[in-house]
Design a protein around this ligand. Sequence first.
Ligand code: NDP
Length: 316
Amino acid sequence: MTYHTVIIGTGPAGLTAAIYLARANMNPLVIEGPEPGGQLTTTTEVENFPGFPDGIMGPELMSNMRKQAERFGAVFKSGWVTKTDLSARPFKLEVDSLGAIEAETLIISTGASAKYLGIPGEKDNIGRGVSTCATCDGFFFRGKKIIVVGGGDSAMEEANFLTRFASEVRVVNRRNELRASKIMQDRARANEKVSWSLNRTPIEVVAGALGVTGLKVRNNETGEEEVLETDGVFVTIGHTPNTGFLGGQVETDELGYIVVKPGTSHTNIPGVFACGDVQDTRYRQAITAAGSGCMAALDCEKFLEEAASAPAAQQA
Ligand code: NDP
């Protein structure tokens, strides 16, 4: 089966691309991976997505976007893309649930997954004090104590940002040295609300009935363990862009993020477009992902028009 467009990934970027392409009568096939709706389904209330003055729950926002795309004819299939051959159009994909399919164009919106520590109490308390997104959840910690885990630029940025809300922000890093750039470190060190627990490895998120109460850490020098009291643990140890399934066929930067031509969604392969966090190391917001999904849909439509390939393709 050859589709005009296959969209891989169903976060705000993929779903926005699906809405635009479906409204343009392109009946895109949208492949939903193991985390339908993407990162927003792991947050609670979203208060900064325009159009929702009272906020909206992350899962509800994503479910609404999906319904909107379906209403115009987008077709959703659960599946995992196991193999891609992008050497010639139509592109060839192997999907575990669908078998072999072909696509005239491809939109990659597989996102980036926040890394977790993998310690006891962490996953159980997501939304109860554990978060991977300060912009999303910082507001809920007004006047409270927060721990930021990590020592990179993201951790420094999140720590500084969180001091707008928190009474105290403690940075916990597994090494004595920080990986962050000097300027970001200096900014955090100059912030009197930021304190430091370096050379400490987090070993457990401690929680009670109402959520997180502490982070148990091991002092790497002495081996001693202690519980640092806190209301929230922001895990900021990096993201992994979900590009492994492309087998290196699409150009990425050294961290694995897809490189797009500036100001567009075009990748190095004509007919393959990227949008959302899989190509964004900087903004990583639901609204910027949605905006880039719109760009990918418009770029894709124009590409198909120019290639005059649309009439040749069949639909499911
Ligand atoms: P980084 O990979 O730079 O830093 C990750 C941090 O988390 C490191 O301190 C690392 O420790 C620690 N870490 C990783 N895994 C674990 C673990 N399992 N347990 C405990 N600690 C762990 O990621 P960032 O997200 O901070 O940055 C990614 C990229 O984005 C960088 O290139 C950065 O410069 C860029 N960026 C730029 C910004 C800006 O310019 N404004 C803002 C944010 C990011 P260790 O050092 O020991 O490995």
